[in-house]
Design a protein around this ligand. Structure first.
Ligand SMILES: [Zn+2]
Length: 203
């Protein structure tokens, strides 16, 4: 998918299901990646409004402000996001935001959790595993959930909890966009959403 197609498709999802934070978040992220900063702000806000604990949205909104030269807004947003991520145990976005604050020479808030909290049932994981979406070190998906490269990537990088969150979201994506998984383009779009949701891009 090229950048414009991606923007259009995520916009379509945000419009089709205005209560679904993933559509707004993905739409905003695609706009940010395309350098359309001004346009990205509203959908980021909408995603945060729908899910105030979505720490990654604060991080990217902060980066959007930074790109626009709005330092105060960037620092405020990322400080808030880092605290929320800390409370959620979202270690990766928290650390990324702490690094951003340091780079901007802004104070880094005191964090409560020094490491990711252990999940209630701690499944076995490969050494060094951390989930691409939530950063937790345990409950790795035990085997590829489906055949192919992407299935292996999920088993290598995603925890069971995040994978289970994706499943109903995937069904929504199919229904709302009317995707036919039997077609190549339908399958491609579906995979794109899954990568986006599980934050596997670049892994
Ligand atoms: Zn996870």
């Amino acid at each position: 998918m090229d950048q414009d197609q991606k923007i259009q498709q995520f916009k379509q999802m945000a419009d089709a299901d205005p209560e679904n934070e993933l559509g707004h978040f993905s739409y905003a992220k695609a706009l940010l990646e395309a350098g359309q900063h001004e346009e990205a702000i509203r959908p980021f806000f909408r995603a945060i409004e729908l899910r105030p604990t979505m720490s990654k949205a604060y991080q990217l909104l902060g980066e959007t402000y930074e790109a626009m030269g709005k330092r105060n807004e960037a620092v405020d947003t990322v400080t808030k996001g880092a605290k929320i991520a800390d409370e959620q145990g979202d270690v990766m976005p928290r650390n990324t935001m702490a690094t951003l604050l340091e780079k901007w020479e802004a104070p880094v808030p005191d964090f409560k959790a020094t490491t990711a909290p252990a999940a209630p049932t701690s499944g076995s994981s490969a050494p060094g595993f951390s989930c691409s979406r939530c950063g937790r070190p345990d409950n790795q998906v035990p085997k590829p959930p489906f055949k192919g490269e992407l299935g292996v990537k999920i088993a290598d990088n995603v925890c069971i909890g995040c994978w289970q969150e994706w499943i109903p979201m995937g069904t929504k994506v199919i229904n709302e966009l009317g995707l036919a998984l039997s077609s190549e383009s339908g399958q491609q779009s579906y995979d794109q959403y899954m990568l986006e949701f599980l934050q596997l891009d670049g892994r």
